[in-house]
Design a protein around this ligand. Sequence first.
Ligand code: CA
Length: 229
Amino acid sequence: MKKILVLEDEQSIRSFVVINLKRSGYEPIEAATGAEALQKMKENPDIKVALLDIMLPDIDGFEVCRQIRATNSKMGIIMLTARTQEMDKVTGLMTGADDYVTKPFSPAELTARVDALIRRVGDGEEEAPKDELVQGPFHLNTHSRTLEKNGEKVKLTQVEYSIMKLFMDNPGRALSREDILNSVWGRDYFGELKIVDVNIRRLRIKIEDDPTNPSYINTVWGYGYKWGI
Ligand code: CA
């Protein structure tokens, strides 16, 4: 069974999440504090996805996210945010998360997000061997799902990798936000288009020479993005 870390200090919410994950065939690993979550991650290196609450009694969920990402770029991470939290701040701080879910959420919404991310994270076995896309300074290896720029490895999350692959498969083509969302997150994804922009902003920081004046991931105003070399 696929293990999902559930970091949430409010016991009622945690139980609600745990019950619904179990119902969907996952094995939830519970944590009530940031420190406990990091300990459980060490004990369970096969955790596929982490659900991280933000407001916690010790370190906040963003810090937990940063600490996970320092050693693990493959795990899927979903932030559990409160509606009262200002979304611009939350998305700006989402330095390593793949997605966010706003509380209160329905069981169907949560499991749909987890299912979609599990598909992206994969089971470690997929795609044909030795496949490389080379464009300008970029080498994308679709077997190892890694990216190099000028021979230097760029650390990507699975979602960022999928966006890069989509761009490099479609050079010069304007892709709408919906195209990107459907291709990367799946057609059954419940979330908002904004998640596309959040991930693009982060990807630009990683791959552009000057992220404030991007030359590879170009904005197509009112529509989406276009990959240009
Ligand atoms: Ca909390």
